[in-house]
Design a protein around this ligand. Structure first.
Ligand code: R5P
Length: 290
């Protein structure tokens, strides 16, 4: 593909990333025009000609001042359908943080398996590039989301640790799901790791079991930090002078940052903007645009 055939369109959840992605990929970009009707319906408009172009929508799904995750989903779906109707050659989604992947099983009778439904909605895209997706019971996108591609942030996270955290440390995963990130980062750093066991009772209640860890510094790595309960529970098994919490995505619901700050230093990627978004994902995302 020639670069001139490509256009990046930033949606409301990509404002903090779009310029860097456009610059690094040497691609033109514009923002999606989004208005709201008085009854809260969204009105979406593509401001540049998309005919015969490869359109890369960038949308990260997090709650911001004027839109929640559901608005952000409607926004990009309406925009993608519009791009198709207006003759785009190909339509892609680049998602620094993609929602609705955690409900990957019918835990209770009658519950929606949102991961599969989301995959169905996303058929409008030729490909969906997802940065560090939450894949647990589905081990890979092939099982339920055939047009999705996983983008890793492992190198960036390992480089961050190498540069900023010196001396001896132990890498810890709070649950079996975190092993995929923990192992890959620990291998890149040539370090040992421990994986704990988590039992989840509700969105806010978890219990963590496992070996007691005695170390000078501990780095606990998870994919998503939401309420912070998982990481706080994990610290109960760790005796260390310094604790670092590394998350691929910092959702930070319900004062998570304040609670975690009392126990250690928080580091997440900028897939979602925050004061502790220190691992830059824009190189990994810019490489997608060919
Ligand atoms: C769980 O499935 C994820 O990998 C994270 O462990 C989870 O989202 C963390 O949530 P919280 O911070 O609310 O414990």
């Amino acid at each position: 593909m020639k670069k001139g055939d490509n256009l990046i369109i930033g949606c409301s959840g990509a404002k903090h990333l779009i310029k860097a992605i456009a610059k690094k990929s040497k691609t033109n970009y514009c923002n999606l025009e989004i208005e709201r009707f008085p009854d809260t319906e969204l009105k979406i408009r593509l401001t540049k000609d998309v005919r015969s172009k490869n359109i890369y929508f960038v949308q990260s799904f997090y709650k911001s001042k004027n839109t929640d995750v559901n608005d952000k989903l409607i926004e990009v779906l309406f925009a993608a359908h519009t791009a198709r109707e207006l003759g785009a050659k190909k339509v892609f989604l680049i998602s620094p943080y993609l929602v609705y992947l955690r409900e990957d099983k019918r835990f209770k009778k009658g519950e929606a398996v949102s991961a599969k439904i989301l995959a169905n909605f996303c058929k409008v895209f030729d490909k969906v590039y997802v940065l560090e997706p939450h894949l647990h019971r589905f081990k890979s996108f092939k099982e339920f989301f055939p047009n999705a591609v996983k983008i890793s942030l492992g190198d960036e996270a390992a480089n961050y640790i190498k540069k900023k955290i010196k001396g001896e440390y132990r890498i810890v995963g709070p649950d079996i799901e975190s092993k995929q990130w923990v192992k890959s980062i620990a291998d890149k750093l040539n370090k040992k790791y421990s994986i704990l066991e988590k039992q989840r009772f509700s969105s806010r209640k978890v219990k963590i079991k496992g070996e007691k860890i005695l170390t000078y510094k501990a780095i606990i790595i998870d994919d998503i930090i939401s309420t912070g309960h998982t990481l706080i529970e994990a610290t109960k098994l760790i005796k260390a002078k310094e604790i670092y919490f590394i998350g691929m995505h910092g959702l930070f619901s319900e004062n998570a940052v304040k609670k975690l700050n009392k126990k250690g230093s928080i580091i997440v990627s900028n897939s979602i903007p925050s004061k502790v978004s220190k691992i830059d994902c824009t190189n990994a995302l810019a490489k997608i645009i060919k």
